[in-house]
Design a protein around this ligand. Structure first.
Ligand SMILES: Cc1cc2nc3c(=O)[nH]c(=O)nc-3n(C[C@H](O)[C@H](O)[C@H](O)COP(=O)(O)OP(=O)(O)OC[C@H]3O[C@@H](n4cnc5c(N)ncnc54)[C@H](O)[C@@H]3O)c2cc1C
Length: 596
C-alpha cells in the first residue's frame, strides 16, 4: 500500500525562502495582512486533511470505480468519496481563494496552489470532482451577469454545488469550431439546448446537491467555426426562487467511460434534450469566456501531474530503502544483510532523482506562476498587473505540457524502481502511471499547448513575452555570474537562454516561408522552454542552498544535490531537443499520405 506525507518543508522553502511570498503579498492590499505563520498553518492543515481523509480513498477508489444506473441515469462515485466531499465542504476548503463577496476566504492563489498539489498527490480522481468547480467559478465570476453571479457563485464557492466544462463532442475535441450542440432562444431570456457531449469529467455524480454545467453550443444564426460558439450555464436542477435546486433540467448522463486511469472520476457522456440554459457573456463569444475556465484548468492539470510525481517519488524512495538486491559496485554497504538496499545502485538513484527533480522544479515553477496570478489579480499598479498577466499567459502552456510530460516520465521511473512489483496493482504504483497518462491528453493535448506557446505566445507576439521572462533570467545571471560557486548553474542557464532566443528567431524566419515549420518544431521547442524555466528556478534554489549550506540543516545539502543532478542529467536533453526543433518539417511532410 502506498503512503503519502505532505512535503511541507519543501513547500515552506519555496513559499518563504525562494519566493518570499509574505513580502510579495504585502504589496497587495487584499493580502497584505497574511503572514508567514498563517501561510504555514493553512498548508499544515491542508496536509492533514489531504493525507488523512482523501489519500486513503485513492487505491480502493481506483479498484472500485464509478457506478452507472441506466434506469435513473445516476452515477455513484466510489465508496467514501461522498463522505470525504462532505468533510471538504464543511471544513471550508472549496472557498480558500474565492472572492469574499461570494462567501470566499479571499486567500491568495499561491496558497490554494499548494493545497491543490497535496489534493492531487492524495487522489487525482477525487480531486477532479471539486477541481473543475473552481474553473466554473472563475468563468462565471469574470463573464456572468450580476444575477448569474448571485445565483451560482455562493454555492460553487461553498462547494454545495460542483461545476463542469462541456466542450467535447464525439466528432470534435481539439477543433471546437466543428461543434454541433444547438441553443435556441425561448424568448424569455433562456435557451433550449440540444446535443450530446462526451468525456465530461464529473458530469454526473452523487457528491453534491447540484451540478452546474458550462456548455458550448451554437445559436441558430451563428457563423460557422469558432466565431459562432456561445457559452451557456446549464444547471442539473434549475434553481428555484430561493436559489435552491428546483426542477430537474433536461441534461443527463447517458453512459460513463471505462478507461485507463482515474477510475474514481466519472467521465460522462452528457445528453442535452431540450435543456434550459442561459447565455454567459456575449453571443458567439463563448470561446473567449470559456478560456478563463480553460486556462485555470490547464494550470490545474499541470498540478495534477506535479501531485502524482511527488507521491510516486515518495513511495519509490521508501521501497528503494527496504528492498535488498545485489551488492554495491564499490563494495558491500549493508554487511549485516545478504544484499544491499537497491538505493546503492547508481541507476536506481537516477530514477529517484529524476522524479524528485521534476517534483521540486515543478513546485517552484507552479508556485511562482500562482504568485504571478495573485499579482495579476490583486496588485494595485496596473503596469505590474499587465506584466504579470503576460507572464502567466506565456507560462500556462509550459505548466500544462512540461509538467504532464515530466509526470509521465517520473511515475514510470518510480514504478521501475519497484521492478516487477511496480507492475502489480496492490503496490499502487501502476495506478500513478495510468492516472498520469490522461494529463498529457485532456485540456488541449500537449501538442496543442506547444502550438499555443510557439505560435501564439512567442511568434505572434514577436517574442515580447519571452523577452520579458528572459530579462528575469538575465538579471539573475548578471547578479551571480561572477561567483565561482554558481558557475556550474549560471553557465548552462545563460547558454540555454541564448539558444532559446536564437531558436525562436530561426523558427520564426522559417515560418514566413512555410507554416508547417511551426508545427514541426513546437513540441521539442516547448520542452526546451520548460527546461529554461526549470534551470532558472534550480539555479535560484541552488543559490539559497549554497548560502545556507553551513547552517547544519541537511535540507540544503539535499537541495543542492538535486539541483546538481538536474543540471548534469536532465537539462542536457535540450541539446537533442534543439536539434529536433531545428530539423525542419521536410522529414515529417515529404512522405506521401498514401504511403503511411
Ligand atoms: C478522461 C477524460 C476526461 C475528459 N474531460 C473533459 C471534460 O471535462 N470536458 C471536456 O469538454 N472534454 C473533456 N475531455 C476531452 C479532451 O479534452 C479531449 O479528448 C482532448 O482535448 C482531445 O480531443 P479529441 O479526443 O477529440 O482528439 P482530437 O482532437 O481528434 O486529436 C487527435 C490527435 O490529433 C492531434 N491534433 C488535432 N488537431 C491538431 C492540430 N491542429 N495540430 C496538431 N495536432 C492536432 C491531437 O493533438 C491528437 O494527438 C476528456 C477526455 C478524457 C479522455
Amino acid at each position: 500500500m502506498p503512503t503519502y506525507t505532505p512535503p511541507l518543508r519543501d513547500m515552506q522553502f519555496v513559499l518563504h525562502e525562494l519566493l518570499d511570498v509574505p513580502t510579495e503579498l504585502a504589496a497587495m492590499p487584499r493580502h497584505a495582512e497574511l503572514d508567514a505563520d498563517t501561510i504555514n498553518q493553512v498548508i499544515e492543515e491542508g496536509g492533514k486533511f489531504t493525507a488523512g481523509v482523501i489519500f486513503p480513498l485513492n487505491l480502493p477508489g481506483d479498484h472500485e470505480g464509478c457506478h452507472y444506473d441506466a434506469a435513473s441515469r445516476a452515477v455513484t462515485a466510489p465508496q467514501g468519496f461522498k463522505e470525504a466531499y462532505r468533510q471538504y465542504v464543511e471544513a471550508g476548503w472549496p472557498s480558500l481563494s474565492c472572492d469574499p463577496a461570494y462567501g470566499g476566504q479571499g486567500l491568495p492563489m499561491v496558497l490554494n496552489n499548494a493545497f491543490y498539489e497535496m489534493l492531487n498527490s492524495a487522489n487525482q480522481a477525487w480531486t477532479m470532482y471539486p477541481g473543475l468547480s473552481h474553473g466554473a467559478y472563475e468563468c462565471l465570476h469574470a463573464h456572468g451577469t450580476p444575477e448569474q453571479r448571485a445565483l451560482y457563485l455562493p454555492k460553487l464557492v461553498s462547494g454545495e454545488w460542483t461545476g463542469t466544462m462541456c466542450l467535447t463532442e464525439s466528432h470534435c475535441g481539439t477543433d471546437l469550431g466543428l461543434l454541433k450542440t444547438k441553443a435556441e432562444p425561448q424568448g424569455d431570456g433562456s435557451f433550449r439546448l440540444t446535443g450530446s457531449k462526451i468525456f465530461i469529467s464529473a458530469g454526473e455524480h452523487d457528491l453534491a446537491a447540484n451540478i452546474i454545467h458550462l456548455v458550448l453550443a451554437r445559436l441558430p444564426d451563428a457563423p460557422p467555426g469558432t466565431k459562432g460558439i456561445s457559452l451557456f450555464v446549464v444547471p442539473k436542477f434549475v434553481p428555484d426562487a430561493n436559489g435552491n435546486p428546483g426542477e430537474r433540467n433536461g441534461i443527463s448522463c447517458g453512459a460513463i467511460e471505462h478507461k485507463m486511469g482515474i477510475h474514481g472520476n466519472a467521465t460522462c457522456q452528457m445528453n442535452l434534450d431540450g435543456a434550459s440554459g442561459w447565455l454567459i457573456g456575449e453571443p458567439n463569444r463563448g470561446l473567449n469566456a470559456m478560456f478563463v475556465m480553460m486556462n485555470a484548468a490547464r494550470l490545474g492539470v499541470g498540478m495534477q501531474s506535479l501531485g502524482l510525481t511527488e507521491v510516486a517519488y515518495q513511495n519509490a524512495v521508501a521501497y528503494a530503502r527496504e528492498r535488498s538486491q545485489g551488492r554495491s559496485l564499490t563494495g558491500t554497504k549493508a554487511s549485516d544483510k545478504p544484499a544491499d538496499p537497491i538505493l546503492v545502485h547508481p541507476d536506481v538513484r537516477r530514477m529517484l532523482l529524476t522524479a524528485r527533480a521534476y517534483a521540486e522544479g515543478g513546485r517552484a515553477f507552479t508556485s511562482y506562476v500562482a504568485l504571478m496570478i495573485d499579482r495579476e489579480l490583486s496588485h494595485p499598479d496596473e503596469a505590474v498587473r499587465k506584466a504579470a498577466g503576460d507572464e502567466v499567459a506565456l507560462l500556462t502552456p509550459i505548466v500544462k505540457a512540461f509538467l504532464t510530460d515530466n509526470g509521465w516520465i517520473a511515475t514510470s521511473e518510480a514504478m521501475q524502481v519497484y521492478g516487477g512489483h511496480g507492475y502489480i496493482a496492490e503496490w499502487g504504483m501502476e495506478q500513478y502511471v495510468r492516472d498520469a497518462r490522461i494529463n498529457m491528453i485532456y485540456e488541449g493535448t500537449n501538442t496543442i499547448q506547444s502550438l499555443d506557446l510557439l505560435g501564439r505566445k512567442v511568434l505572434m507576439d514577436n517574442g515580447a513575452k519571452l523577452r520579458q521572462f528572459g530579462e528575469k533570467v538575465k538579471a539573475f545571471v548578471e547578479a551571480h555570474g561572477t561567483d565561482d560557486k554558481m558557475a556550474e548553474f549560471i553557465t548552462p542557464l545563460a547558454d540555454l537562454g541564448e539558444k532559446l532566443t536564437k531558436l525562436s528567431m530561426e523558427i520564426g524566419m522559417k515560418a514566413f516561408m512555410n507554416r508547417d515549420e511551426v508545427g514541426a518544431a513546437a513540441v521539442p521547442y516547448l520542452r526546451v522552454a520548460g527546461h529554461l524555466v526549470f534551470a532558472y528556478f534550480f539555479a535560484r534554489m541552488a543559490r539559497i542552498a549554497l548560502d545556507k549550506q553551513g547552517s547544519g540543516d541537511d535540507f540544503y545539502q539535499a537541495k543542492l544535490a538535486v539541483a546538481r543532478f538536474y543540471f548534469a542529467r536532465l537539462l542536457p536533453e535540450t541539446a537533442t531537443l534543439i536539434r529536433q526543433a531545428r530539423a525542419g518539417s521536410a522529414s515529417l511532410m515529404q512522405m506521401d499520405e498514401a504511403l503511411f
